[in-house]
Design a protein around this ligand. Structure first.
Ligand code: ZN
Ligand code: ZN
Ligand code: ZN
Length: 149
């Protein structure tokens, strides 16, 4: 945790931003809830538990800054809510999501898996891919197990 904060701090510094205490509080919440896909309001509620002096607007601005700096990725699962997802260290592209249409759970696939597709797109469309969002909608293994009895 401390090492990752240190690296995020360096990442901000390299872009001439400081990891202020407010920003650090937001980053800590994101790290503590890395598996979750928190909305700005979710992040705010968690930040407030430890740092009640920090306002929603500050949390919003911090999240926007972190997404500009590619520390977090912003994602929308079709419910109109922007969620914030820490980018895995060293990942060139955003990870994929499996959204269950029955229980609403969100699982992640960390491997890119798109190597062949990316090659085709770059070749056929002469398009240089910098990133992508891939969300699968379906039924997760937990819900499938329930149904197969
Ligand atoms: Zn994710
Ligand atoms: Zn990729
Ligand atoms: Zn499910």
């Amino acid at each position: 945790m401390e090492q990752r904060i240190e690296r995020i701090k360096k990442q901000l510094h390299s872009q001439s931003y400081k990891l202020t205490p407010q920003r650090e509080a937001t980053v800590r919440v994101l790290l503590e809830h890395e598996e979750d896909h928190l909305s700005a309001e979710d992040v705010y509620m968690l930040v407030k538990e430890k740092s009640p002096e920090i306002g929603l607007a500050t949390v919003y601005r911090t999240l926007e800054l972190l997404s500009e700096l590619k520390v977090v990725d912003k994602i929308n699962f079709g419910d109109g809510v922007s969620r914030y997802d820490l980018r895995k260290e060293g990942a060139a592209h955003f990870h994929h999501h499996l959204v269950c249409m029955e229980c609403g759970s969100v699982d992640e696939i960390q491997e890119d898996l798109l190597g062949d597709v990316e090659k085709i797109v770059e070749k056929e469309w002469n398009f240089y891919i910098k990133d992508h969002r891939l969300t699968f909608h379906g039924v997760c293994y937990r819900c499938r197990d329930d149904n197969t009895e």
